[in-house]
Design a binder for this molecule. Structure first.
Ligand SMILES: [Ca+2]
Ligand SMILES: [Ca+2]
Length: 213
C-alpha cells in the first residue's frame, strides 16, 4: 500500500513537471525591434522613450521568452531583463533596474518594451543584446547573441552614472562640430541632427546631476 502511494506521488510529480514551463532557453527565445532605433538615455531613466526611438511614437522592442521545448513562458516579471552592447568595447553603464517590460509575458512568452532605459554611455555600432533571468538570447543558426539594431547615446559620457562637470569636459571637445568634421562625435548628438551644438548642451543642462534612483 505504502509503495503504491510512493509510485502515485512520483507519477504525479512527473506529470506536474511536464506541465510546468521550464527555464528560459537562450536559443528558443527571440527578440527584435520594430525599426532601427537611436535612443537618448539618462541614468535617471527620464530622457527618451524607446517608443520614440525611430522618430515616431509607437515603436518598441519585443521578446518571446521560451523554454527548451519552444513553449512560451508566461508571467515573467517586468524587471527580469537586461540589455547591453553586443560589442563589449562599447558597454553601457546600467542602473540596477535599467529597463522594465510593458507587461508580464503572455501565454506565448511575449512582451514589449516602450519605456525608458536608465543608463549612461554610448553604443553606435553592432547593436544591443537582450537577456532574461540572466540568459542572453542566441541566434539559432549562428549561436551568437541576437543583436538588436539600436544605437544609444547619453549625456553621461564617462559612464559613471551621473551627469556632471566631468561629462561637460568631454562634450566640449566636440562642441560646435558638424558630422562631416573629423572630430565630430555622434555620441554627443542627443537630438540626432548631425550637429553637436547648443541644442545638445541644453539637454546636458536638463539632465545635470541626474543619477540612478
Ligand atoms: Ca558622468
Ligand atoms: Ca545635435
Amino acid at each position: 500500500m505504502f509503495k503504491g502511494k510512493v509510485l502515485l506521488f512520483t507519477l504525479l510529480m512527473v506529470f506536474a513537471t511536464s506541465l510546468y514551463a521550464g527555464d528560459v532557453d537562450e536559443v528558443k527565445s527571440l527578440a527584435g525591434t520594430t525599426c532601427a532605433m537611436r535612443i537618448s538615455v539618462c541614468p535617471s531613466g527620464d530622457f527618451e522613450l524607446i517608443s520614440k526611438g525611430c522618430g515616431g511614437l509607437t515603436d518598441y522592442i519585443w521578446v518571446e521568452v521560451k523554454d527548451a521545448a519552444g513553449v512560451g513562458i508566461a508571467g515573467i516579471p517586468w524587471t527580469d531583463y537586461w540589455m547591453n552592447a553586443c560589442d563589449a568595447g562599447q558597454e553601457l553603464a546600467l542602473c540596477a533596474s535599467p529597463i522594465a517590460a510593458d507587461s508580464l509575458t503572455n501565454a506565448l512568452g511575449r512582451t514589449t518594451f516602450s519605456g525608458y532605459i536608465a543608463a549612461g554611455g554610448c553604443i553606435l555600432t553592432d547593436g544591443m543584446y537582450v537577456s532574461c533571468q540572466g540568459k542572453v538570447f542566441l541566434d539559432e543558426g549562428t549561436m551568437l547573441q541576437i543583436c538588436l539594431d539600436i544605437q544609444i547615446v547619453s549625456p553621461d559620457i564617462n559612464k559613471d552614472l551621473v551627469v556632471n562637470l566631468s561629462d561637460l569636459t568631454f562634450f566640449g571637445l566636440s562642441y560646435n562640430l558638424f558630422e562631416t568634421h573629423p572630430d565630430f562625435n555622434s555620441c554627443y548628438d542627443w537630438n540626432d541632427d548631425g550637429w553637436v551644438d547648443i541644442s545638445d548642451f541644453s539637454f546636458l543642462g536638463m539632465h545635470y546631476e541626474h543619477a540612478c534612483f
